[in-house]
Design a protein around this ligand. Structure first.
Ligand code: AMP
Length: 552
């Protein structure tokens, strides 16, 4: 028997319409670096979103499920793009401005982006890339920046404000299939090429509802959320969509992500909530210690992206900011778990603190299981550690295959029965709290971004004086983790670390922020029984101080 319920598709346009009408007076506040921040109501954003959609369709000819990319900071124009592009039926592709340029170009070409909306301040990054971006026909520039950088470019260049000016402030949003693509985001390619995760209208809608639950972020229209987590990283953890459902106000830092401006934003704009990776919080903490500010408004802080150090949680507790730890991935939209302790534990107790340090509990729509090394299911006993596999309505079931190609389901990423293999190893307690103990892969997580150890190793081993090299993640106070390069030199070679570092940048094409500062010469790289680099041994040797490390 079929239900007698209405079948109303869960669409981004419905979130937009709801937010801009029911919560029309809520605001997006964008930091401008000087003077008053720019304020735009949800009603204004609703109108400008319609204008942007008209411009994209009528002036730029965006049609069907064409991809429109954004190369933008967190700001109100980016929120407009978030709603206009999927609501009109096109696909929003957020570009990670911190990726190495070659990877960015690969991604734009793979996604076949026809339009890029870019912040003016990012033109120095975009302009030299344009000759390599084959499918791009239009660049729309928003906000301050030197337009002359685009002189002579073979694309059509538009001014965001000119483009939307005079367009109708309403749009007859199409009634789409809720399972169609709304937005896409590429994972950083730690092994091989980056992989495209494509979110549907339905997955974003359901994920937004979860974000709004009291057991997740649970904010209301009385809140102002400081959205530090970039809009190019897993849809800013779903915050911009969730806020349009509930009228939560947003404070957007634009390009002012340094601790000083963040502290000033908090003091003057008084957000009640903020979301960011641990590195941002470490930086803010140092800033607040050096120059105390009134940050008393900020009582809730969501931390995720990498593990929250206990000392950080304690330090923020002392400042009156309650940290809530969460785990997720690009493939999980991202909310996978969130650490709200169960009601029965005593507030302020050690038991409660231990719960808060876990990665958290799975929400109702995320099913989880642990798989042991031999493929066996492991119990939720808080002790058995295995690879975490998840499934649910906002969890990826495949990667984008490229235009006209089928989606891909690599064996190391998806189980035979369709669950996502997260690559994270951990335990689950009987009451459903996840604790991550290790990473299946040896990727280095620096400031919320990934550095591929294999890429660094390969680049190093291309040097004529290097026999072997292994790179491992080592803890770093500022960035969470940084790469340690362990190098075996060829006999008689005397190359210095600084020369190797320059070689990585100049010949290896390694981005500056990925270059290792810590270096050591070893006699040979320890190997496992099957001849693979045994990085566990190197990490242990480093932790024990057994390696003679030079910092440059
Ligand atoms: P990304 O797809 O870039 O968001 O990275 C996802 C990965 O970040 C996960 O697979 C984890 O390895 C790591 N991660 C995210 N949140 C946490 C957390 N709270 N604790 C530890 N690792 C995390």
């Amino acid at each position: 028997m079929l239900s007698t319920m209405q079948d109303v598709p869960l669409l981004i346009s419905r979130i937009l319409t709801h937010g801009s009408v029911i919560h029309g007076t809520s605001q997006v506040i964008t930091w401008t670096g000087e003077g008053e921040p720019e304020r735009r109501s949800y009603a204004e954003i609703g109108a400008r979103t319609a204008q942007l959609a008209h411009a994209l369709r009528e002036d730029l000819g965006v049609d069907g499920d064409e991809r429109v990319a954004t190369l933008m900071w967190n700001n109100s124009e980016h929120v407009e793009a978030y709603f206009a592009i999927p609501s009109m039926g096109a696909v929003l592709h957020t570009l990670n401005l911190r990726l190495p340029p070659e990877q960015l170009a690969w991604i734009v070409n793979h996604a076949a982006d026809r339009v890029i909306i870019a912040n003016g301040s990012l033109l120095p990054l975009l302009a030299p890339l344009l000759p390599h971006l084959k499918p791009v026909e239009h660049v729309v520039v928003a906000g301050p920046g030197d337009r002359s950088l685009l002189a002579g470019a073979s694309v059509q260049v538009h001014e965001y404000e000119d483009l939307i000016a005079g367009k109708p402030t309403t749009y007859d949003w199409p009634e789409l299939d809720e399972r169609t693509a709304a937005a896409m985001c590429y994972t950083s390619g730690t092994t091989g090429d980056p992989k495209g995760v494509v979110y549907s209208h339905r997955s974003i809608y359901l994920h937004s509802m979860q974000i709004n639950m009291a057991q997740s972020m649970g904010l209301t229209d009385e809140d102002l959320s400081l959205v530090v987590v970039p809009q190019f990283h897993v849809n800013a953890w779903g915050v911009p969509h969730a806020t349009f459902m509930t009228g939560v106000n947003m404070l957007m830092p634009d390009r002012f992500l340094q601790p000083g401006p963040l502290a000033e934003m908090i003091e003057t704009q008084k957000p009640t909530h903020a979301a960011a990776v641990p590195t941002i919080w470490q930086g803010l903490l140092a800033e607040l210690n050096a120059r105390p500010r009134d940050v008393s408004s900020l009582t809730q802080v969501t931390i995720g992206g990498s593990a929250c150090p206990p000392a950080l949680m304690q330090a923020f507790d002392k400042l009156g900011m309650r940290v809530c730890h969460a785990w997720g991935m690009t493939e999980t939209s991202p909310l996978g778990t969130i650490a709200r302790p169960p009601a029965h534990v005593e507030a302020g107790s050690d038991v409660e603190f231990a719960y808060r340090l876990t990665q958290g509990r799975f929400p109702a729509s995320v099913e989880a299981r642990l798989t042991g090394p031999g493929g066996e299911r492991l119990p939720w006993d808080g002790e058995s550690a295995g690879e975490l596999e998840v499934r649910g309505p906002w969890i990826a079931g495949a990667y984008y295959g490229g235009q006209g190609a089928e989606p891909t389901r690599p064996d190391d990423k998806f189980s035979e029965d369709g669950w996502l293999k997260t690559g994270d190893v951990g335990t689950i307690s009987p009451d459903g709290f996840l604790t991550l103990t290790d990473r299946a892969k040896d990727v280095i997580k620096s400031g919320g971004e990934w550095i591929s150890s294999v890429e660094l190793e390969n680049a190093l081993m291309a040097h004529p004086d290097v026999a072997e090299a292994a790179v491992v993640a080592v803890p770093d106070e500022k960035w969470g983790e940084r790469p340690l390069a362990t190098v075996v030199l060829k006999e008689g070679a005397t190359t210095e670390f600084a020369a190797l570092r320059s070689f990585l940048a100049d010949e290896g094409g390694i981005a500056k922020w990925q270059l290792p500062e810590r270096w050591t010469i070893i006699e040979s790289v320890p190997k496992t029984s099957v001849g693979k680099f045994d990085k566990k041994v190197l990490r242990r040797q480093y932790a024990e101080g057994a390696l003679d490390v030079t910092q440059i």
